[in-house]
Design a protein around this ligand. Sequence first.
Ligand SMILES: CC(C)(COP(=O)(O)OP(=O)(O)OC[C@H]1O[C@@H](n2cnc3c(N)ncnc32)[C@H](O)[C@@H]1OP(=O)(O)O)[C@@H](O)C(=O)NCCC(=O)NCCS
Length: 146
Amino acid sequence: MIIIRKFEPADFPWVIDIERKVFNEHDPYFYMQFYETCSESFIVAEINGIIIGYIVGFLAEEGTGRIFSLAVHPAYQYRGVGSALLKEIIGIFSRAGVPAIILEVRAGNTRARRFYEKHGFHQTGVAEQYYNDGEDACLMRLKTRS
Ligand SMILES: CC(C)(COP(=O)(O)OP(=O)(O)OC[C@H]1O[C@@H](n2cnc3c(N)ncnc32)[C@H](O)[C@@H]1OP(=O)(O)O)[C@@H](O)C(=O)NCCC(=O)NCCS
């Protein structure tokens, strides 16, 4: 059974391992910073004591909820874990009263873009050469019901 719960410091090595496997581009320091500054919106998925995915977001200055990162361990994808994590953070942000949730995703990451569209996000623009390697980012937005 998959448990969706808040991140705890003991989850840190699991989260970093997943980050390395799917992105390998974020400084681990970011994740401890997120725990210290916005632990309400740092969520993990656990199965049999193992962390298999995480999502982390924060309240942005303009009053929107912003998703920083979402990843599911490659061995556990296509089982609804990413959807469960995304729904959880949408609920957290909605209860906090934000009017919209925004995120950036690599233009070439068609699977993730389709995944977000399935969950109601739509593309609002492109940030050219947003990533260190020069790839563009698609800017996506979900209007909440709050
Ligand atoms: C994008 C990502 C988070 C999705 O996670 P996931 O756990 O595979 O997502 P889900 O299982 O909820 O949904 C994925 C697909 O599986 C399908 N699915 C969900 N549960 C299923 C089940 N029980 N059986 C079969 N298929 C299922 C969904 O319909 C969905 O279909 P789609 O590929 O047509 O969209 C994951 O692929 C990932 O970590 N990618 C690498 C990192 C990344 O790109 N992150 C996003 C950018 S920040």
